[in-house]
Structure formats: C-alpha cells, structure tokens
Design a protein around this ligand. Structure first.
Ligand code: ADP
Length: 449
C-alpha cells in the first residue's frame, strides 16, 4: 500500500534538554536530583514547582551549565554540552546588582561577553530598559531604587543578551505582594504579546498561582531525592488572560498534588490530559512470591505456635527478618490460603492451622493441592508437562515464556521459585545438568487438567 503524503510540520527543535540526569553532592554523595529528563521547546513558558529541597535550583544550574550533572546529559540543540551555556540568561531572586554602577551600566554589564561596539551596546541596553519600564532611571544607582525597580534591572540585564532561553529563579519572591503582582502581570503581557527577545522561559517558583498565571507547562517536583512527579499542561492563553475558573481549578489540583506528596498525582486531576505511561502487558500469571516452601511451612508453624495470629510489627521484630522477606512469606501464606491479613494482623485460616499441625506427607499433599488451585503459573507448568512428549520440557523454553510475562530479571527469579515449589510438592523435578523439567510420575500425573 502506498503511503499517504505527509503534510505534518517537522517536529519543533528542542532548545534545551536534560536526559536522565542525577546530581549527588558532597563526600557522601547525597542525591539532590535523580533520573530527571526534561525538554524545552521554542515558544514555551515552563514553570518548575515543588517543595524546598526538591532539586529545582540544582536542575536550573545544570541546565545553565553552571554545574555538571553527576550522571546523564545536558543537550543544547540536541547535542551534548558541557560548560556555561551561552544561550541562557538568569534573573535571580536576589537582584545581584553592582551598587557602584548606574542602571544603564548594570544593564550593559549583561553584554560584557558579547563583542559589540560601545554605541551598539548602549543602544541595546536602552532598548531593554525601555521594554522593561525603567525609562527615566538610566542614571540612577541601585540604592535609589525600590525592590520592584531593582528587579526590573535584573530582567533588563538578562534580556539585553537576547538569550534563547530566559531562566527565572524565583524572581518575585523577594518583593512585597503588590509589587510582585504588578511585575508578574507585566511579564505575562510581554510574554503573551511576544515582546520578549527570548524564545522560551523556564521559571522556578514556590507559588502555584504564579505558575498557573504564567506557564504553558507546569512541572511538579517531589523531594527525597528530587524528582519530577508530574508534568501538566497549563491553561490556555485565553483562559490566562481572563483569569477564569479553569485557572482556579488547576491551582486547586496542583495544591492537592503538592500537599499529598506520597499520592499518585493523577488522583487529583480532573481529566488527566497526559497519555498514561505505557504499561507492560498484563502478566498471564500473577508473580509467585520469592519464598521457599520449606520456609513457608516453618513460618506458618511459628505463627501457629504463638496462637495463630500476630501483629506484623511483632513478627518483624521476633523473626529478625528484612521487611521484603517477611512480606514475601506473608504473600505466599495468603496466596495459598493459609493466612489472611487484616489491618496490621496476620491470622491463620483453618486450613493454615491444619497445615501447621500436619506431618510431612500431609503437609506436602496440602501444598500440592493449594499450589495447583491458587498459583496459576504452577498449574500451567504441570499442564504443559503433561501434554509434552515424555512429560519433559526445556527449562529455557519456560524461562522464555516467563520473560514475556515478567521481563528478563524477574523471569529468572520466577523460574527459581517455580522450580523450588515443583520440587517441594513433588509435582515435577528439574535436572540442572540437562536443563529439563520432568513431571513426577506419581504426583504430577494425578493432576486434574
Ligand atoms: P530547591 O531549589 O528545590 O529548593 P535545591 O536544588 O536547592 O532544591 O536542593 C536540592 C538538595 O540538594 C537539597 O537537599 C540541598 O540541601 C542540596 N544541595 C543543593 N546545593 C547543594 C550544594 N552546593 N552542596 C550540597 N548540597 C546541596
């Protein structure tokens, strides 16, 4: 079949990106940021929101090339980059102005690294001063300016270089509320009118309203260590201008996401606009807990010996086990219907009590019945062995099947558990030398198909 001619525009080039970036600080290599990937396209205003210590400033410094990531890459126009990134200019929270220079000289300072004639430099500085509403203050010194006017100088000094990407690091948080509101609205107008001499803006903020008022895209960070929890589209420019209910709803959703750091963010979204992450195909069989049946028998007997019920904390203390090991035992006991968990208590079921009191033959018979009834992967293996010539199967063949359901690493673990359970219940054997699984003549054959 001939393919239809495509009229779709080519994808927009990515200005700036980090790919799977992590940052560890200090001798103990404490992680500040883990496995973060982010792209910045032309025309976007992106806000980074998140609690203190979630790595937002660290990411900003990595993107600007001021520090290097410990792992992962910084990409400028798609190519790996190290060192300061000349495509970026930053407006800081603390205005960082030179007190002995005038407004004009402070703004011209932004062009120090650019090869320009003095007249051209002055012309560009005056243009930036004009754009940002500092007209009339060219010859003033910083100490003569209010906080809001000082921050305008900060903006003019960054914009005068006409950076591809403007970075704003909490630019309004040192200002009083009204001044901040005023300057924020001006920035919004300049951005929406496309008057800013920059292609994209990346802003770090604590302020949800501010992010929703300004941004096309909002990236919410979580802490310990810093990571991206969710990326959300902002409201449309029209809704932003009108400041209507769509904005209020988005502010509320983000507020709930941020005040519930351990919950899945999608719980708090009205209509998730992002495509859900692609999931692995549902396994045909649930995974077996990685537990030997011998250990399971000992565990059930122990619980029986302390009255058939136990608080999970007490179990973890008395058995001196790692949590994951204990959880696997509990999961296995639950899967095979020997125990149940209610709240924080593990309770043996009547079959569980019976199992605890059984002699070895009876114990194995109970396990056999239970495994075949409640562990589908075990039933599957026994059935395929019954159907196979000479009742044998290549182990590698089963591993491949398990890989399809669980992925390579987990498939190996599942295989080991399947073999342990098969041997212990005497349903089938596994010969490591020839790599074959073989149905047990006595117990395996007697299975109901
Ligand atoms: P945010 O901007 O979200 O508040 P930061 O990027 O400033 O987060 O910090 C993330 C984590 O990294 C914090 O735990 C912080 O203490 C740590 N951190 C930041 N900078 C440094 C540094 N230079 N040396 C050691 N630790 C740092």
């Amino acid at each position: 079949m001939a393919s239809a001619p495509t009229t779709a525009p080519p994808p927009a080039p990515v200005l700036l990106a980090v790919r799977d970036v992590s940052k560890f600080y200090g001798n103990d290599r404490a992680p500040a940021l883990e496995h973060v990937s982010l792209e910045l396209q032309p025309g976007e205003f992106v806000a980074l929101l998140g609690p203190s210590g979630s790595g937002k400033s660290t990411l900003l410094r990595i993107l600007s090339g001021l520090i290097e990531p410990s792992e992962g890459d910084l990409l400028v126009h798609g190519a790996p980059w190290t060192g300061p990134n000349p495509q970026v200019a930053i407006v800081f929270q603390s205005f960082a102005l030179f007190p002995w220079l005038t407004v004009l000289q402070n703004v011209e300072l932004g062009l120090l690294a650019v090869d320009l004639k003095p007249d051209d430099r002055r012309a560009r500085a005056l243009k930036a001063i004009d754009l940002i509403g500092l007209d009339g203050f060219e010859e003033a010194f910083p100490k003569e300016l209010s906080g809001g006017m000082k921050q305008r100088v900060g903006f003019a000094r960054a914009l005068v270089v006409q950076p591809e990407v403007l970075f704003l690091d909490e630019p309004f948080s040192a200002l009083d509320v009204l001044t901040a509101e005023h300057l924020r609205n001006e920035l919004k107008e300049l951005w929406m009118d496309r008057s800013l001499p920059t292609k994209s803006v990346l802003m770090v903020t604590h302020n949800i309203e501010e992010a929703v008022t300004l941004a096309d895209r909002i990236v919410v960070f979580g802490a310990n260590p810093g990571h991206i929890r969710v990326e959300l589209p902002g409201v449309t420019p029209e809704q932003r201008r009108a400041h209507g209910p769509a904005q209020t709803r988005l502010v509320e959703s983000i507020y709930r996401i941020m005040t519930n750091p351990d919950e899945d963010p999608s719980t708090f979204l009205e209509r998730p606009k992002r495509k859900p992450a692609r999931r692995r195909a549902k396994p045909r069989y649930p995974a077996l807990p990685a537990v030997g049946l011998d250990d399971l028998a000992g565990f059930v007997q122990f619980v029986s010996s302390i009255g058939g019920r136990a608080d999970l904390h007490v179990l973890s203390r008395d058995l001196q086990m790692r949590n994951d090991e204990l959880l696997a035992l509990i999961e296995a006991a639950d899967l095979l219907r020997f125990a149940e968990v209610a709240e924080r208590t593990l309770l043996l079921t009547p079959p569980g009590e019976q199992f605890a009191d059984a002699d070895l033959d009876a114990e194995k018979a109970m396990l056999r019945a239970s495994v075949l009834e409640h562990a589908p992967v075990m039933r599957h293996v026994v059935q395929t062995l019954r159907d196979a010539p000479s009742n044998t199967r290549e182990a590698e063949d089963l591993v491949r099947e398990l890989q399809g359901a669980f992925g390579a690493e987990e498939a190996r673990r599942q295989f080991e558990t399947v073999v342990d359970w098969g041997r212990y219940t005497e349903l089938f054997s596994y010969d490591t030398a020839d790599g074959e699984l073989r149905l047990d003549e006595e117990h395996g054959i007697a299975v109901d198909g």
